[in-house]
Design a protein around this ligand. Structure first.
Ligand code: ZN
Length: 311
């Protein structure tokens, strides 16, 4: 079954609930960036958080979560759009630590102190009327990522929220590993939520199994949400498939070269005979050949010889 997420409401629309299974999305991110087990967990949790947050509010084109941190991973960036596409990277993919005292991947240890920044870009891109991106930030209070996103939502957006995110990494004797389960959920209390319902949800969340255990057993997002919501029925508003997908391309790489200094393009051609561009977000490599660089220089030369601009 492909990765997917659901967006639902419960308890007479006083509770918003989202859940996602992202095993394939996170596996692809780990494969592309060759992240260590701990870095894979950190990146996977952040990608899943971005996917959930991109679905939470209407008219959002893209949500970016950025951890700027002092631990060995140095930084994490994850983006998700309104179509279930997610992409992201960590600054130091090799960052890894021994398992923590609970026998879990030490995500908190690889992050360390720092800040979480949230960027939301709002609608109407297709009309060319994009709104100003919304930006908020909070200090990293936990380093386990889900708690940090919850803290951000509670503190900065002032919506009572609970977030759980997990990535299960299966190690093999030869030193390799596989992302065997990834996903999470996000629950928000909307105005009018009853205190009794709230404490019931808190109790069911604290007593439920790890979300990755449920995903590895094949539980779909709906079943995970029902557990978190104490068995409540759900009104599903939306379902979408999710995947790791970047919007970079050879044409975009060429456009970036077209925008840099002519003298630099000339030295790429003369000294290196071409250029190599690597996309941060997905690690795709684009080889820009000598002929393409020459074409860029020819066009730039013609524009420069175009005479006086006409007013
Ligand atoms: Zn890319």
């Amino acid at each position: 079954m492909p990765d997917h997420l659901i967006h639902a409401v419960a308890f007479n629309q006083t509770v918003r609930a989202l859940a996602a299974v992202t095993t394939g999305t996170v596996s692809e991110a780990a494969r592309r960036h060759r992240t260590s087990p701990t870095a894979s967990a950190a990146l996977g949790r952040t990608l899943t958080g971005a996917l959930l947050m991109s679905t939470m509010v209407k008219d959002v084109d893209r949500v970016t979560l950025q951890f700027d941190c002092r631990g060995p991973i140095e930084g994490i960036t994850a983006e998700a759009d309104a179509h279930g596409n997610a992409r992201g990277y960590v600054k130091n993919p090799a960052a890894d630590l021994p398992l923590n005292e609970r026998g879990k991947l030490d995500v908190r240890g690889v992050l360390g102190d720092g800040m979480l920044y949230v960027f939301r870009e709002g609608g109407f891109y297709e009309l060319g009327l994009s709104k100003e991106p919304y930006t908020g930030s909070v200090p990293i209070v936990s380093g386990e990522i889900a708690e940090d996103i919850a803290y951000y939502l509670n503190k900065s957006e002032q919506v009572r929220s609970a977030v759980s995110l997990g990535v299960y990494v299966q190690p093999y004797p030869d030193g390799t590993f596989q992302v065997a389960g990834a996903g999470g959920f996000l629950i928000q209390l909307l105005p009018g939520a009853d205190e009794g319902i709230i404490s019931g949800i808190e109790e069911s969340i604290s007593s439920m199994p790890y979300v990755t255990d449920l995903i590895r057993q094949g539980e779909p997002p709906e079943a995970i949400l029902r557990r978190a919501l104490n068995g409540s029925s759900l009104e599903v508003l939306e379902q979408r498939e999710t995947r790791f997908r970047c919007n970079c391309s050879f044409e975009r790489a060429v456009r970036i070269i077209e925008s840099i200094q002519i003298s630099e393009v000339r030295s790429m051609l003369e000294e290196d005979g071409g250029a190599e561009m690597i996309c941060h977000f997905c690690s795709s490599v684009y080889q820009i050949g000598a002929q393409t660089l020459q074409d860029i220089l020819d066009v730039a030369g013609q524009e420069a010889d175009g005479g006086e601009p006409v007013h």
